[in-house]
Write a protein that binds this ligand. Sequence first.
Ligand SMILES: Nc1ncnc2c1ncn2[C@@H]1O[C@H](COP(=O)(O)OP(=O)(O)OP(=O)(O)O)[C@@H](O)[C@H]1O
Ligand SMILES: [Mg+2]
Length: 524
Amino acid sequence: MSLVEDLLADHAGLDPHAVAHLQLLLRDWQILADLSFADLLLFVHNARAPAQLVAPEQLIRPADRDQRRSRTRAAPAYLCVGQMRPYTAQTIYVEDLVGQTFPAGDRPMVGRAFNERRVIRDADPDWSTGVPVREEAIPVRFRDGLIAVVTREANVSTARSPSQLELTYLQSAGELAQMLADGTFPYESSHPVEEHELSPRVGDGIIRVDAKGAVIYASPNAISAYRRLGSLDNVIGQHLADFDPLPDTLLEALTDGEPVETEVERDGAVVLRRVLPLIREGQVIAGLLIVRDATELRRHERALRVKDATIREIHHRVKNNLQTVASLLRLQGRRLRSDEARQALAESVRRISSIAFVHETLSEESRQRVSFGKIAGRIVEMLGDGLLNPDIPVEMSLHGEPGDLPAEIATPLALVLTELLQNSVEHAFPYDNPVRPWNAKETGHVRVRFERAPTTLRVLVTDDGVGLPEETLETMANLGLQIARTLVESELGGTFETLPPETRLGPHESALSGATFELVIPMP
Ligand SMILES: Nc1ncnc2c1ncn2[C@@H]1O[C@H](COP(=O)(O)OP(=O)(O)OP(=O)(O)O)[C@@H](O)[C@H]1O
Ligand SMILES: [Mg+2]
């Protein structure tokens, strides 16, 4: 649950539908901040009043601060649950106010908006911060009730005689604010915007059209975007259908009073258009078309997809090549007379195959990470298939989740696991070994456990076979354990150890009675 959800559910005493409405607002109100050149704050009644959340004095505008001092300190009445800064102007609040509570006296206009159920405007700018700030408090209507108040606070010191762009912004902002009070903004849209971060913003380019779709104003960026789509004339005064290649959905949005966002492509140029119908007393009075040239963006995306496909193709080829090498060795092994040599080649085939698994998995997924559980499963399967002695069945089991690992870790780890499992199969259950015979239990067991912590992966491989010879790892190791150790210690920067039989491995588990290997690998 996000902080805001938490605040709304816990402290505001609002029902879930009202909370959902405010969340829609929080998703869509950037546009109101940008059009207003103003900071927005969202206030709700503070149902629960934890004292420690009272806004510190320095966050209150000085004028309000004086009022606050002159009052007896009441329980904080309002809770700030949202804050939005404009991209189009400098912010007034450097601090984050979400989660702060305010006594009624600190925010008189919020109280008036709640009580009078209408938009409250400052008559004169407030100079208490040294810059003139104009505040407006807008009640947020949901169904028949008022659930919150939004304040718009703009620094008006830069107000020269405003350009047409600014006038269009401010007019549209005023209309959106009124819609907030009427309950028609945020839009209860039936189709949510999919790529919200790509959504066009006010600064990308804006066109204001009348209710029929004739252009009243177009910002320079919007005109450039349409230039790229091939409309060379001045769009002002024209109808949307005259210059937009696919105007139907846009015009439908105006008729239905529902916002839409669509993309149009022409001559290699891609433009996103978002239409916001402005509604007054149930009628669409105008429309805002926010336009973003997304050509570059889409080109990048396409390039990334091609790159991604190439990488997967390469993994696929590497896998094929490794499989070819493995079959060459297998063929060669069939011609050999010596058992030992055949054995050696068979082991190499398994080593190579375990690397091929990693590449195969990488070729199937677009992320450069693989589910190692899947790979471990395939290694176990492969070793089961090539079991040396059918007289002693060996049961291998996997426990725990290794999670997704990057290829750099998965490849060496797959090799290490192959070595350890191969060793268990080969050495733990020696039915015909006169020196250390295995006391003929029915079935041998090998257990692999993965324990994933935030910064490490612990892997335990344990069996109930004859156990390791009384030697140190260094003296005991032939090629197999040497490979395993080198990979773990050098390549993966981890530790590789043997544990005595029956060591406690965790709260519910001990090592089996045979050999146990423990590796701990740091995770990036
Ligand atoms: N699970 C096990 N149970 C009993 N003994 C083991 C086990 N794992 C390893 N060993 C002992 O450790 C020795 C070294 O293993 P290592 O994998 O290094 O070489 P190897 O299996 O003999 O040959 P290769 O190089 O082909 O793997 C083995 O010969 C065996 O005696
Ligand atoms: Mg071995």
